[in-house]
Design a binder for this molecule. Structure first.
Ligand code: MG
Length: 376
């Protein structure tokens, strides 16, 4: 399994970054504007979203695939005054902005806020339509990163990204391998009414918040061995999974509300939605969270029952899971879902090992390289 690597930086890099930020801050300070200044990455909780997750670009993508990049860019330029429709990450981004408004009221001088970065390899010509759409919806997205076909990983690190959302599973996998919390987003099949006062985030446990070490036991030895194993190691915390750091970042902002006596009125709520059962394997995950000093507002143990109906009641702005059948089930019932391509679950479908044909070496433009070049 891929290891979660911490991001390492040298002292010189830190120093250069510090100077860049001083210059940027001086520039913003010299402007007279009501637009809030973007916070420093080391203070902010940075969320990078691709253009196809923020906006629904299904029709545009079809032009790109069927007619090529020139026609695609021409179409985008021709329609640059038509705002794009909201995409899967749109309600989540709106909810982040609502939390920021509450934080700014409580802490006018603090930079501990969500900072949203638009991370796209779209052609610069398409940027105008993206900017127009962002302004149309009144979104506060000041940072644009147009990677021009290059991998976004370097930029994700430079922005100290706490969460990266994309439609491209290859880029998401690459980000996870570099230790960045990331997920592939899907549009839900139906619309559901989401809270506009509270950001609601639901996480699966194994291979999302936690490593896949226990999932491996289930897949290889079955449930009975797993129950025995979890009982035996109840007091040994699980290793961290790809999304643990994002839960940690949410917790940091939640505590700012608690410090102002706003616990009951906190605009961030977190949920653990796990297929584990409480009695036989629940204690280990709760003890693991406790050992990390992390709180989760609600822990729901489904004992193997489908997650979709429960998520329908929770109505999260985003639900993270490593297994596609949970994502599909949640999606069918109107939950906006994000797939975390990590761990042993990627080799299985509905409990069965997926037979993968041996990879052929190819010199031409195959599926993989086309996926890398698609506009995200
Ligand atoms: Mg899982």
């Amino acid at each position: 399994m891929s290891e979660i690597k911490p991001t390492e930086k040298t002292a010189t890099e830190d120093n250069e970054a510090e100077q860049d930020w001083k210059a940027a801050k001086a520039f913003f300070d010299s402007l007279k504007t009501k637009v809030p200044r973007p916070p420093k990455p080391q203070n902010a909780v940075t969320i990078a979203v691709s253009s196809r997750t923020l906006f629904n670009m299904v029709a545009e993508r079809k032009i790109f695939e069927d007619e090529g990049v020139e026609k695609y860019v021409a179409f985008q330029v021709e329609h640059e005054n038509d705002p794009l429709k909201p995409g899967p990450a749109f309600p989540f981004v709106k909810a982040l902005m609502n939390v920021n408004t509450r934080l700014r009221n409580l802490y006018p001088d603090s930079e501990e806020l969500f900072d949203i970065v638009l991370m796209t390899n779209n052609h610069a010509q398409v940027g105008v339509r993206l900017i127009n759409s962002i302004n149309h919806y009144g979104l506060t997205i000041e940072r644009f990163c147009m990677t021009g076909g290059k991998s976004p990983i370097g930029y994700l690190k430079a922005y100290m990204t706490n969460l990266y959302l994309s439609k491209n599973p290859e880029k998401v996998t690459e980000a996870i391998e570099e230790g960045i919390a990331a997920a592939t987003m899907f549009m839900s099949k139906q619309e559901s009414d989401l809270s506009d006062t509270q950001l609601r985030v639901a996480f699966d446990g194994d291979a999302v918040l936690f490593s896949d070490e226990s999932e491996i036991i289930v897949k290889k030895h079955g449930l009975d061995t797993f129950f025995e194993h979890e009982k035996e190691f109840e007091n040994k915390p699980l290793a961290q999974g790809p999304l643990k750091c994002f839960l940690e970042a949410l917790g940091k902002l939640q505590r700012k509300f608690y410090a102002k006596n706003e616990r009951l009125n906190c605009p961030i709520r977190t949920f653990l939605v796990t297929a584990r059962s409480a009695a036989s394997s629940g204690a280990r995950v709760l003890k693991t969270l406790r050992s990390w000093g992390l709180e989760i507002d609600e822990a729901l143990f489904l004992a193997g029952a489908p997650k979709g109906p429960l998520l329908q009641k929770i109505r999260p702005h985003i639900f993270f899971d490593d297994q596609m059948f949970h994502i599909e089930g949640a999606n069918e019932l109107g939950t906006i879902s994000a797939h975390v391509p990590y761990g042993i679950g990627q080799k299985y479908n509905k409990g069965k090992l997926i037979e993968t044909p041996e990879k052929k070496e190819s010199g031409g433009i195959g599926e993989g390289s086309r996926a890398r070049h698609e506009m995200d």
